[in-house]
Design a protein around this ligand. Structure first.
Ligand SMILES: N[C@@H](CCC(=O)N[C@@H](CS)C(=O)NCC(=O)O)C(=O)O
Length: 214
């Protein structure tokens, strides 16, 4: 087996984990235990010196960062059709992946990881407070985009890697940090998450990570 996906249950690596499960490629899922800070262990830092998940190792070649891994998986398994060919759908898929990575995820990180952005306790508290406002705003922007969507999936009639990427943030929305009532406040997003939850590959991955279905 040449492909190994390093993930941590419930982390943003869920996007790459679902995508590789969808791809049909043979892979080994390797859990990185945050409780034991394995992401900063010397062995893991040899794989990803950034000390983060996900990382995908392919016969000595390592790729990190969800958007890059998602694209790599889609290219390795073209028959699975996980990245759109058509120019506009391609752009929409890339747009969602970029937003997930640099917008939605980062807004959330201000709440969960204020120590990345400030030093003193007072400054960290401000980062968290601002992060809460930004997260709500960005969650509402996602909801608005999904409510206006006329297709079942983000990039059109066909499922793409952008869909499981967005699912990560739906699960974080209902989690203890944000504690949103996703079904009540974000119904279009919840309908999208539930469509994902009907896919066998998504169900298998959520089960492996111990995450409840949407
Ligand atoms: N931009 C990266 C973000 C990766 C990232 O921040 N992963 C988090 C989990 S969601 C992590 O590994 N955190 C471990 C830590 O901060 O110690 C990506 O999209 O892959």
């Amino acid at each position: 087996m040449t492909l190994t996906l390093f993930y941590s249950p419930g982390a943003c690596s869920l996007a790459s984990h679902i995508a590789i499960e969808e791809s049909g490629l043979a892979f080994e899922p390797r859990r990185v235990d945050f409780a034991k800070t394995e992401q900063r262990s010397p062995d893991y830092l040899k794989i990803n010196p950034k000390g983060r998940v996900p990382a995908l190792a392919d016969d000595g070649f390592v790729v990190t960062e969800n958007p890059a891994i998602l694209r790599y998986i889609a290219r390795k398994a073209p028959e699975a059709g996980l990245w759109p060919e058509e120019a506009r759908a391609d752009a929409v898929c890339a747009e969602w992946c970029a937003w997930c990575s640099s917008g939605i995820h980062v807004a959330y990180a201000h709440i969960r990881r204020p120590e990345r952005y400030a030093t003193s306790e007072a400054a960290k508290a401000e980062v968290v407070e601002k992060g809460r406002a930004s997260a709500r705003e960005i969650w509402e922007q996602v909801e608005k985009k999904l409510a206006a969507l006329s297709t079942p999936w983000l990039a059109g009639e066909r499922y793409s890697v952008a869909d499981p990427y967005l699912l990560v943030f739906w699960t974080w929305g209902r989690g203890p940090t944000l504690g949103y009532d996703m079904a009540r406040d974000f119904p279009a997003w919840t309908a999208h998450a539930r469509r994902l939850g009907e896919r066998p590959a998504v169900r298998r991955t959520l089960e492996r990570e111990g995450i409840a279905l949407p």
